[in-house]
Each structure stands twice: as C-alpha cells, then as structure tokens.
Design a protein around this ligand. Sequence first.
Ligand code: LLP
Length: 422
Amino acid sequence: MDAFVYREGNGGRVLHAEGVSLPSVAARFGTPTYCYANGVLVDRYRALAQVAPNALICYAVKANDALAVIRTFARLGAGADIISGGELRGALRAGVAPDRLVFAGPGKTREEMDFALANGVGQFNVESPAELEALDAAARAVGARAPVALRVNPDVDAETHDKIATGRRGDKFGIDDIDIPELYARAAALEGIELLGLAVHIGSQLSRLAPFEAAFERLVTLVEGLRAAGHRVTRLNLGGGLGVRYQDETPPDVDAYGGLVERVRQRLGVTVVIEPGRWLVAPAGVLLTRVITVKQAGERRWAIVDAAMNDLMRPALYDAWHDIEPVAEPASGVATVETDVAGPVCESGDVLGRRRQLPPLTAGDLLILRDVGAYGSVMASTYNGRPLAAEVMVRGDAVASIRARQDLEALLARDLVPSWLA
Ligand code: LLP
C-alpha cells in the first residue's frame, strides 16, 4: 500500500498521507516535517509476521526511535533490537516486553549492562571475548545470568554500501566464525552467562538473497558443530538487513526472505529472531519541505528548500537516492525542468537530490522526499543552528504531533558560559 498519493483537496489535487492533505500538515506544523503513515507501519509488520510466523520480530529501533513508531510495533507483538541504554529506555517506555529485547552492538558499557540486567533484557548479543568476560562479571555481581548469543562474523560480503556492510573479515562487528567453537565452550563454563545460541547481521539494505543464504548457511554449519561437541543451541538471531526500493533496486521479496528464515528454523529446531528496521519503516515516512528560493548557477537550476543534510543525512553520507515529488500535482502536459534540490546548509554536500525532473518550482512550493521513515530523523543533527524537524503521524483522517519541532530557545539553552568568560 502506498499511503502517499494525489487526491482532491482544497485548491486542487495534492499529495495526501492516508486521508490527510500534506498542505494542511505544512500549515499546521510548519516545515520541514517528517510525516509517517501508521497504516503503512501496520501493514508491513503484518506482512512480515505472516511470512515469518514463527520468528520473533525484534524491530531495530535504530531505524526510527520515535516512541509512536516503537509503540505501533509493540502493540502488534514485536520485540525490539536495541543498541544503547537510550534505545533500551525508549523501547521499555513504548511498552516492549523486556524478554523480547535484544541488546546488540560492539561496545556496551558497564552501566548499560547493569541497566539491561536489572530490567531483564531477553538477549545480549556478545561481540568479543572481552565483552563476554565483562558481561559475566556484571551478571555475577548481581547474582544474575545474562542470556547470550554470540555474534558471528561470517566473512560474507553483503553487497551493499561500504559504510553499512558489517559481516566481512576485519569489520568491527562480531566474532570471527573460526573462533566461535572455542569461545562457545568457554562461555558455557561461565557462571554469569546463560548461552542461548548465535547471532549474525551482515549489513543493511541488502538487495539480494544470496548473501543472507551464505551467512545463514555458515551459522547452520557452526550450530551443527557446536551440537556435535555437546553444546545446547536453542536460539538463532538472523539479524536485519532486508532492503527496500528507493530508486531502481529490486530487493528480494518478503516472501522469499520469510521462507529462508523459516527453513533455517526448521532445519535446526531453534527459536529464530529477526531484527528488521528499514524494511518496516522506510516507505512509511516522507519529509515535507518548502522551497525557499530558486536560482540558476551556470547550467544548473537549484531549488533551495528548508530541509537540509542535518535533517536527512542519507544523501550526503551514502549518496543515497530519495524520490522527490511536488505536493501539488502538476497539471498534465507541464514540461519538467532538470532541477537540483538542496538545503541551505553551507556545504556543497548538502544536496538532497541531483538532476531531478520536476515541474518549474517557485518559492513557497511544497515538496516531499520519499522513503525517509528509516534512518531519517534518527540521524538528524542541529548543524548550522538548525532545530530538529517536527514529526507527525497520520492514521486515516487523523494527524498527531509525535515530536514537536525543537524549540530554538531550548536548543540555545544547552549552552553555558564558564564563569571565567562571563
Ligand atoms: N541488527 C543490527 C545488529 C544492525 O546493526 C542493524 C542496522 C539492524 C539490525 C537493522 O538493519 P535494517 O533491517 O534496518 O537494514 N544509517 C544507514 C543504515 C545503518 C544500519 C545499521 N544497522 C542507512 O541510512 O542506510
């Protein structure tokens, strides 16, 4: 389902989010504003749950940590994959059951471990021998046993952007597969550790199934070896990574992915956990922005809009593509103009879309950037003194603020002047 389509609204055909017209969102909440469609979140979660009915779906909170987004999934029964004490608090506040939380990441501090143990987190993914020892010590100190999956680095290339591939030899994530049997045996002897099994996550925005297959196959072989050596393995965490279509990618369909997950589960008779982030939320969000000014620079025509790289980092950081569309439907027959769309930030890298075919734009026009529900607002900063954008969620004809635009005074109020500069 595409929730963002042109419909008749006040003053002509304009893009809507479900039943809410985007000009009305801009009028009420200002711009730039992230707008999420609750129906898309629900539909996608249900679609995934249907093709992977026996997997525990732990939504990767890092993709979008808005409380309303996490709660949407929590109410559908999801667990959560968290990466920090901050995300842990957010997931608990959203109502995720602690035993459905997976605490991942290569650098958990002692404070984070203590907090997670105190709250009964269901699984810790351990990424190094030193972390195993630290977690064992933290658990023993409070008379607990930390439930653990060892994260494997299977040395598989996810065939994705270099900055989001995580499963190649030498990447900072996981434990080299060849070291797993020995470490598993050591972990089994630790009083503060309750071994559940293994975890893997080779990267994000995967557009082919083959790297998943290779990584999962590596895990299956490891589990068979561990069991042959007399160890118990009851749980496999297969990570996230399923890609979406931003431009012309053809990611594997969700049925094929679900089938693969289910086959692994059946072969080993384990509980399977998956940690999807992007696939669940990317298409559920748009970034609504207004054209500030239009200018010509040499051959190129620039539309400078009020959203920028600080609001949406992905184009500047990964050369990522997001479709850009006018909110007012162009009249049929209007010739498009090749336009570069950029924010006002003082860097040449602050370009949201290059060489886009758009109707002639003028100051005040509204545009959307599509598929920004994942890794959009979560990666925002206040660079150039720009407050964090507003975020709203729609359901049917209702629209609600889920994060107010950051107040400029509050932003400035963080600053203190040392007494010796007063
Ligand atoms: N599990 C682990 C251990 C992860 O590191 C990640 C993502 C996920 C699950 C969720 O992966 P997903 O299903 O969303 O692909 N900022 C980048 C993406 C970073 C992904 C980080 N880890 C981007 O904008 O493309």
